[in-house]
Design a protein around this ligand. Structure first.
Ligand SMILES: Cc1cc2nc3c(=O)[nH]c(=O)nc-3n(C[C@H](O)[C@H](O)[C@H](O)COP(=O)(O)OP(=O)(O)OC[C@H]3O[C@@H](n4cnc5c(N)ncnc54)[C@H](O)[C@@H]3O)c2cc1C
Length: 486
């Protein structure tokens, strides 16, 4: 009998279990927490209380692994939103509204987890042991043969395994567990801009339309000031989830007064204006010190019978909204590896390499931005910071190119559509480098940036919520920075 053991039954763990069940006789999930019987947050996934947007690329990957999942999400009230239809104030100004295909799914994280779990655990080969905290691996430097775990006060138990997947998330202890088997330290890279969130649910005000687009205010890297941004999205149950975000030096407060004051001081007060109409449903919740961290398990003499996926392998700043998709891509890499001949020597190395490869672009995108915030902490230096050496461009040339790209995207629907597709992880980054796009970027923006009034006028779905719009006089043809309204 063959047995796979999955450590942690969050999103990556549930997906991995469903993949493994096609190739082994039994899959055991060791989950340290207990699952709620409805879509509710739980202590094992504390970040689930915050806004989680599921990128279209990740949603498609989940559907490939567990067909019908996104249909179930929509049936439960999730919203499909084209990225080009969101009200977006980017670092380079307001975006023109674009009808491109790239999309996100807006719903609570507990709903995603609940639906994925329900889908995955239908497979009778999957056995879940709850309240089972993994404390170590069994085996040697060449092969992982089992797992040690604790349940309550009982002394640790061991379970044998032909294959082990670590999906215990960002607090994974796998590097330590592997070191205990005699493996060298796992190399880790990090870029830490000190990003923090403060978030809250609201009951939407009367008059909010079902097609309410959602509002995104992106953080601005490279200004010399801490990044400050926000998001307001419609989720199932007709609730708004609002997230205020700031990098080191400008942490969003989680007290009532400070929260609203921060919202008012954003580059435009649209979010504060919307919140003033809505009734809070929850306390303000904070999540602090979120960084980009990548663990290079693939650079080890990878032991047979072990891989790490999801946040256990790579954590990205949440404002890029790519973590759940990475969990799905990790499970996909496992699926492809197993389809290539089931459990076999070398499987761990090839899957671990594929997991790292799948994360390459999101990693570059995240660190390429985050490193430009002040007081950033990182163990990367020089070219390694970007990991790129494009046509001999220096770091600052690359930065200037990125800014020009983003300015053009804010104005040019073709460039915006390509950017959205790549951001949604539905297209390869090479699509942003296609000749017509590069040509448009070289020419730069052909129209002046939208004023706030022009930008908001693109959204009749906002209905009367922001009447009168905007809350301060627009400056024609000029980029909008809101006056301080505190
Ligand atoms: C504030 C915030 C906002 C985010 N927003 C987004 C977003 O908008 N879009 C997006 O795609 N991603 C977002 N993310 C990232 C996303 O939450 C993660 O990438 C995702 O949860 C990774 O899934 P996972 O299964 O690897 O880990 P997790 O979801 O963290 O699951 C880990 C599981 O392992 C269990 N576990 C942990 N330790 C043990 C142990 N020792 N033994 C047994 N079980 C254990 C836990 O109980 C849990 O069930 C956000 C993250 C944060 C912090």
């Amino acid at each position: 009998m063959t047995r796979a053991v999955v450590l942690g039954g969050g999103l990556a763990g549930a997906l991995a279990a469903s993949v493994l069940a096609r190739h082994v006789d039994e899959v055991v999930i060791l989950e340290g927490d207990r699952y709620p019987d409805a879509p509710r947050s739980r202590k094992g996934v504390p970040q689930a209380q915050h806004n989680h947007m599921l990128m279209g690329g990740g949603a498609a990957a989940i559907d490939e692994l567990l067909p019908g999942t996104t249909a179930l999400l929509y049936a439960a009230g999730a919203y499909h939103r084209k990225i080009g239809q969101l009200v977006t104030l980017s670092a380079q100004g307001w975006f023109r509204r674009v009808d491109s295909d790239a999309y996100v799914i807006n719903c609570t994280r507990p709903l995603v987890d609940h639906v994925v779990r329900t889908q995955a655990f239908r497979d009778e080969k999957i056995k879940v042991i709850e309240s089972a905290k993994v404390v170590g691996l069994v085996g040697d430097a060449g092969r992982v043969r089992g797992v040690r775990f604790e349940q309550g006060q009982e002394s640790p138990a061991e379970i044998t395994a032909d294959f082990v997947v670590d999906a215990t998330g960002s607090r994974s202890k796998a590097p330590q567990w592997l070191a205990e088997l005699g493996l060298p330290a796992v190399e880790e890279e990090f870029v830490d801009a000190g990003l923090s969130y403060a978030g809250r649910f609201y009951e939407v005000p009367e008059g909010t339309r079902e097609d309410f687009p959602g509002v995104l205010m992106q953080t601005e890297p490279g200004t010399g000031h801490p990044g400050r941004g926000a998001a307001l999205m419609l989720q199932e149950g007709r609730r708004w989830i609002v997230t205020l975000m700031g990098t080191r030096g400008d942490t969003p407060p989680s007290d009532e007064e400070g929260f609203m004051a921060y919202a008012k001081r954003l580059r435009h007060p649209i979010i504060a204006d919307l919140l003033s109409l809505a009734r809070p449903l929850t306390p303000i919740r904070a999540s602090r010190a979120m960084a980009d961290r990548r663990k290079y398990f693939d650079r080890l003499p990878v032991p047979e019978g072990f891989v790490a996926i999801g946040d256990a392998a790579m954590v990205l700043s949440p404002n890029y909204a790519t973590g759940m998709s990475m969990a799905a891509f990790g499970a996909q890499a496992l699926h492809e590896g197993l389809e290539g001949g089931g459990l076999r020597p070398g499987l761990s190395r090839s899957v671990q390499t594929a997991v790292i490869k799948a994360g390459e672009w999101p990693w570059q995108m995240a660190i390429g931005n985050d490193r430009w915030f002040p007081q950033v902490e990182t163990n990367l230096t020089g070219k390694r910071v970007l990991g790129l050496d494009v046509a001999g461009m220096t770091d600052s040339m690359m930065r200037r190119f990125n800014v020009r790209f983003a300015r053009t995207a804010a104005e040019n629907p073709m460039v915006a559509s390509a950017t959205y597709a790549v951001t949604a992880l539905s297209a390869q980054p090479s699509e942003m480098m296609a000749p017509p796009i590069m040509w448009a970027v070289m020419r730069g923006p052909r129209r002046p940036p939208l004023s706030a009034e022009e930008a908001l006028a693109q959204y009749p779905e906002l209905g009367d919520l922001l009447n009168p719009v905007p809350a301060f006089p627009p400056v024609p043809g000029q980029r909008v920075d809101a006056p301080d309204r505190t």
